[in-house]
Write a protein of this length. Structure first.
Lengths: 356, 349
């Protein structure tokens, strides 16, 4: 097991080095360096000339060969002196936790992420918990009652949930709870942002409940729609998984044996079948790890939640390359970790599987 | 059960044996209610999208309706009086409500009193007065043809790469699979967005279908490659492959004629399911402004356009999303049915 782990860890590091090189190269493929986008700004005041770009490139060390810049960027600039602080940050390099400075906000990317990752994790975490808590029992129920009306209903629901475009579902939720509720004279739920920006207007639920602006309750109210929307979307896929793996397990011989011993159906399902049926779900849920921290770009954009996804979207729209780079890198790290973790968890829930 | 099998007539048995694999699959596919629903929806959508813009009296990008957003009409039968509802977001036109008798279906008619041509917009117009239905159909053309082309190429590519990887094994396999591992670490939507920005900066129109297709193919072949690799790994040591080898068949022939056809069933299923995924992916990209660029319509950019006016015209958000949803749902239904129909363990009915 430990030999396997060491081998996997080494592979992981290699894949990560290649990924970070690829990401770095990708972002440096923009001709004339990452500032090229600034030349295309429609507004003449903010447009930059080629000479200015050349100066900026020299200032930021972008005129040095890419390989040297990559090493400085990855391992730290304090011993190389190639980069400007915008890319090098405090000069400790990516491997020592320095992701450079945001062009736009003039502060370390890592610090920016620190703010935003909390909000993202609250939303994705809560929705994942909501989804699991509902998906497991419904999946079991549906499998146990295979071909019943309830099972068909659940199956149809999971089909709809996996096919529905998440961003449209979110928009429809906004239309319903934010706009139609107002038309019908019902208290509106907040549909935008992390907390109220202004004192709540009459007619909104925030106002009706007398919640003070910026309080925990205010934030909680703002989270209701995003968390439920995201939770329902995830739940659909997970329910389907739970159902099919439960069906598979229920056909196994040892389940029949358990029934033949005279154990109650409930006991058989929960004590004997469930543990094995959870294996596929564990892998799927673990694979959601990158998204747990990376957030969903679409939903954060729709609900104006200042999380990781929105940070990436804004960074890309504003050519804030250190932010973009940092986000992509963290996503890659998380994906690799998630893959490893799901393999390890597999052996924990299913002792029959040996890694080697 | 046993009785039923015994009463199976000899002729019927012979007929079942003669029946080709394809017709067995088709028969099992047809039994799946949801599959038939899915196939019907998909055919209907495809026909509407490909024929619709030709028949439509409006052009997708042309500003009609005096640049004003109309609400779509709720009920419509030829010759009935209908109320034209003006958009409530444009206050200066709100008094213009009037009743017009339409003589034909959804093509407009003239208002005899004012000599103004009143036209009918079945699903209304967008904020610039462009006909929503025509734009939906035009956008659907782009989405559907993109998805079909991408799926076709990426599955073929993935199948061949996966088969080669498994058949040759050794360092070929290691290199290819590490490449796949690496591609999987790249988060797809963010990478799409970056690539679009980079291509746009290189003077290549990032929203052009060609570029979108190339990017989708470049990142999307890994799934089928893994699938086929797994299948071929177990197939390549089976007797029929060895027999082919013993008869002196070339590697190329063994892979293409013996191994890949046997591994094709799951690829077909994943390809069907992938179509819906690509339609949603394209819509997401276009929605975020990194896909098809306005004024060309796409279901995604129509949604983001409608979102900006969500307070005034909440209905406009509904249609493009519904189109994406129906497409994705219908292909999911079909994929699921195909999985059952192609499953060799399933009963031959």
């Amino acid at each position: 097991m430990s030999a396997y782990l060491i081998r996997r860890l080494i592979q992981m590091v290699i894949v990560l080095i290649i990924s970070s090189m690829a990401i770095y190269t990708l972002l440096n493929m923009v001709p004339g360096g990452p500032f090229d986008g600034l030349m295309q700004n429609a507004d003449a005041k903010t447009r930059v000339t080629p000479e200015q770009i050349e100066r900026m490139n020299a200032m930021l060390g972008l005129d040095k060969p890419p390989a040297i810049r990559f090493i400085a960027w990855a391992t730290g600039d304090d011993w190389m002196g190639v980069l400007d602080e915008a890319w090098a940050g405090d000069g400790r390099g990516i491997i020592r936790g320095d992701f450079g400075m945001s062009f736009k906000e003039r502060r370390p990317v890592l610090e920016m992420m620190g703010d935003r990752i909390k909000k993202t994790v609250v939303i994705t975490g809560l929705s994942a918990i909501l989804a699991i808590v509902i998906a497991i029992p419904i999946g079991i129920f549906s499998a146990v009652r295979q071909y019943s009306k309830a099972d068909y209903a659940v199956t149809l629901f999971t089909f709809i949930g996996t096919a529905i475009p998440g961003f449209w579902f979110a928009l429809m939720a906004i239309v319903l709870f934010g706009i139609k509720f107002q038309d019908w004279g019902l208290p509106q739920l907040p549909t935008k942002g992390w907390a109220s920006l202004r004192a709540p207007r009459p007619g909104t639920l925030t106002h009706t409940l007398g919640v003070t602006q910026g309080s925990l309750a205010d934030v909680a109210l703002h989270l209701v729609i995003p968390v439920v929307v995201l939770g329902l979307l995830q739940m659909a896929g997970w329910t389907r998984f739970m159902r099919s793996s439960m069906l598979e397990v229920l056909q196994q011989d040892y389940v029949r044996t358990a029934r033949a011993k005279g154990l109650g159906e409930r006991f058989v399902v929960i004590k004997h079948a469930l543990r094995n049926a959870l294996i596929p779900l564990v892998t799927i849920v673990t694979f959601e790890l990158p998204f747990l921290f990376g957030g969903t770009i679409l939903l954060e954009q729709i609900f104006s939640i200042p999380g990781m996804g929105l940070m990436y979207f804004e960074g890309l729209s504003q050519f804030d390359w250190p932010v973009v780079q940092g986000y992509l890198l963290i996503s890659a790290v998380l994906t690799v970790i998630a893959t490893l973790l799901s393999d390890i968890l597999y052996t924990v829930v299913d002792p029959r599987i040996r890694l080697g | 059960m046993a009785v039923a099998e015994l009463t199976f007539g000899r002729e019927e048995l012979a007929a079942a044996q003669d029946e080709s694999q394809l017709s067995v699959v088709w028969r099992r596919f047809r039994r799946h209610k949801l599959a038939v629903v899915g196939l019907s929806i998909a055919m209907l959508l495809a026909l509407t999208c490909f024929i619709g813009p030709v028949v439509s009296p409006y052009a997708a990008n042309k500003i009609e309706a005096g640049g004003v957003a109309y609400r779509g009409l709720k009920k419509l039968s030829p010759g009935t009086a209908v109320t034209l509802e003006w958009d409530r977001g444009v206050p200066e036109r709100t008094n213009d409500d009037r009743i017009v008798a339409f003589s034909t279906g959804w093509v407009g008619a003239k208002d005899p009193a004012n000599e103004i041509e009143h036209r009918l917009y079945v699903l209304g117009t967008d904020n610039s007065g462009r006909d929503t239905l025509t734009r939906l159909m035009q956008g659907g053309r782009v989405s559907l043809s993109l998805a079909l082309i991408v799926v076709l190429i990426q599955q073929i590519l993935g199948t061949i790469i996966g088969a080669i990887s498994a058949y040759y094994g050794g360092w070929v396999d290691s290199v290819i699979m590490r490449g796949v591992d690496f591609l999987i670490t790249l988060p797809s939507l963010p990478i799409f967005m970056v690539l679009q920005v980079i291509l746009r900066d290189r003077g290549i129109p990032g929203g052009s279908i060609g570029v979108l297709a190339v990017v989708f193919i470049a990142l999307g072949w890994t799934g089928s490659a893994r699938l086929v690799r797994g299948m071929v790994l177990s197939l390549k040591n089976q007797e029929f492959a060895e027999a082919a080898r013993a008869m002196g068949a070339s590697d190329r022939r063994i892979v293409l004629r013996h191994l890949i056809p046997n591994a094709l069933a799951p690829v077909l299923v994943s390809a069907t399911l992938a179509i819906g995924g690509i339609v949603v992916g394209e819509a997401s990209l276009s929605y975020l402004g990194f896909g098809v660029q306005p004024p060309d319509p796409s279901w995604g950019n129509m949604l983001s356009n409608a979102q900006q006016l969500i307070l005034d015209q909440p209905w406009a958000v509904f249609y493009p999303g519904l189109a994406i949803f129906l497409t994705s749902l219908s292909f999911n239904f079909m994929g699921d049915a195909l999985r059952d129909a192609l499953d060799p363990r399933g009963q031959i009915r």
